[in-house]
Design a binder for this molecule. Structure first.
Ligand SMILES: *Cc1c(COP(=O)(O)O)cnc(C)c1O
Length: 462
């Protein structure tokens, strides 16, 4: 077998800025040891997120130039609607400025006090929008999905026995819809099998509960089904995606993920009365139903991007490059969440830095160390992001894991960038004993990880 190469050539380049270790130490100090506060210009390889960071194609830029920016019933909307319908088969397509706007509208319609929305794992904006409506968001991912070392081909699957028990316990009337997130972002970008999608759909429908997909990474999920699920090896990703959507009654989507766009999204469904309510809310907060929250040029880019995301060569390269990165650092002894997901690698910071106690935020320490070593920016997913100060002042409740997520922007980096990334991780691993923990010098009351300031932890508090 030949090397899997980037299935594109590069027409436009953007320089990245090199800095010295000394400069990066100063930059880290100025950023109060919080990678979110480092200026992007000072980052060599930016793996903070795969959201909105993709490189668009010549075809997408070309489509943007011929967009029709008419206020009502623009040609670009119908092109966008046709592409979404071709993949999803859903009847009503409502453009939104990004995924969370679709969620906000959906849960304003179906949420509210006493309602319960089950999913494998709700993404944080989904959960926040459900809870904002005063409904309850419940995660029912399979047990393997909670164990970073467990090997399972579809760790994003939902536990259908738990779902059946929940429906029996509270009754279907309190469940306005059930969801699956594909791939399961919160669970590490892990895929959901076609069998699980079908079973969840059948179970919900047997109680007349509608089924929605959070479809942000539907194309990556389709490709994992092709690779791992018997019976799909010879199917094209678009056929697999169409089958995935055939089981659902609606979907929310962020175009910033598998839309390969920098902004955009949609809400789609089959129920006409729900669509009417959604359009009324859309007009209130986003825009007229044929553009919602998007410029026509963005709808054009999304129409093209959704199809490009299903290109088999592209998906092969994307999944292979993350797998290659995982293999290189695993061979060097670094522990990651296994198996690697579709859009990111997650380093196990507690295994990487066993001498840094969870109370000193090993994920934060590792994220800063990776930047210091090689100008690479990842994000802490652990004590800083999820830790909560106990109300009685007895200290801090910490989550079970401290991870550093290295998310791969789509079509942005090449194999030599990945080689460099592996070298940075392994060089950091070689000097791990000198890496120290942090304490928080400042924190905001909510979502503290974005703006927190840190200082090196005092030795004696170890
Ligand atoms: C990013 C994301 C969202 C929200 O989309 P935005 O475009 O960031 O608002 C929802 N669900 C999942 C699984 C996501 O990854």
């Amino acid at each position: 077998m030949k090397t899997i190469i980037e299935p594109f050539k590069i027409k436009m380049v953007e320089p990245i800025r090199f800095t010295t270790v000394e400069e990066r130490r100063e930059i880290l100090e100025r950023a109060h040891f919080n990678p979110f506060l480092i200026h992007a210009e000072d980052v060599l390889i930016d793996l903070l997120t795969d959201s909105g960071t993709a490189a668009m194609s010549a075809a997408q830029w070309g489509a943007m130039m011929v967009a029709d920016e008419s206020y009502a019933c623009s040609r670009s909307f119908f092109k966008f609607e046709k592409a979404v319908r071709d993949i999803t088969g859903l009847g009503f397509i409502i453009p939104t400025h990004q995924g969370r706007a679709a969620e906000r509208i959906l849960f304003e319609i179906v949420g509210g006090e006493g309602k319960v929305i089950p999913s494998n794992n709700h993404f944080d904006t989904t959960r926040a929008n459900i809870e904002y409506s005063r409904a309850e968001a419940i995660d029912l991912v399979i047990e393997e999905g909670k164990d970073p070392a467990a090997l399972h081909p579809f760790k994003g699957n939902l536990d259908t026995a738990k779902l059946a028990a929940l429906i029996r316990e509270i009754g279907p009337d309190r469940i306005p819809l059930g969801m699956l997130t594909v791939t399961n972002n919160t669970g590490g970008g892990q895929p959901v099998s076609m069998q699980n999608i079908r079973e969840v759909s059948e179970l919900l429908h047997s109680f007349e509960v509608p089924f929605f997909l959070d479809a942000c990474r539907f194309a990556e999920n389709a490709y994992f089904i092709k690779l791992r699920e018997p019976g799909f090896a010879d199917k094209a990703p678009i056929e697999i995606a169409r089958e995935m959507f055939s089981y659902c009654d609606g979907a929310t989507m962020s175009g910033k993920k598998d839309g390969i766009c920098n902004i955009g999204g949609f809400l789609a469904m089959n129920d006409s009365s729900m669509a009417e309510k959604a359009r009324n809310l859309l007009i209130l907060a986003e825009g007229f139903p044929t553009y919602g929250g998007m410029a026509a040029r963005d709808m054009e880019a999304l129409a093209v991007g959704l199809m490009e995301a299903l290109d088999e060569r592209y998906l092969e390269y994307r999944i292979a490059s993350i797998d290659y990165f995982a293999r290189r650092i695993r061979e060097g002894g670094v522990k990651i969440v296994e198996p690697p997901g579709g859009h990111a690698l997650y380093l196990d910071a507690r295994a990487f830095l066993p001498h840094v106690p969870p109370s000193q935020y090993p994920g934060q320490a590792l994220a800063c160390a990776l930047y210091e070593t090689g100008g690479v920016r990842g994000v802490e997913i652990g004590g800083v992001m999820f830790g909560k100060q106990a109300e009685d002042g007895s200290g801090e409740a910490l989550p079970p894991m401290d991870l550093v997520r290295l998310a791969m922007p789509r079509r942005v980096y090449t194999q030599s960038h990945v080689d460099y990334l592996a070298e940075v991780v392994l060089e950091t691993y070689a000097r791990r004993e000198e890496i120290k923990g942090f304490e928080i010098a400042y924190q905001a009351p909510l979502l503290r990880h974005f703006t927190a300031k840190f200082r090196p932890a005092k030795e004696e508090s170890r």
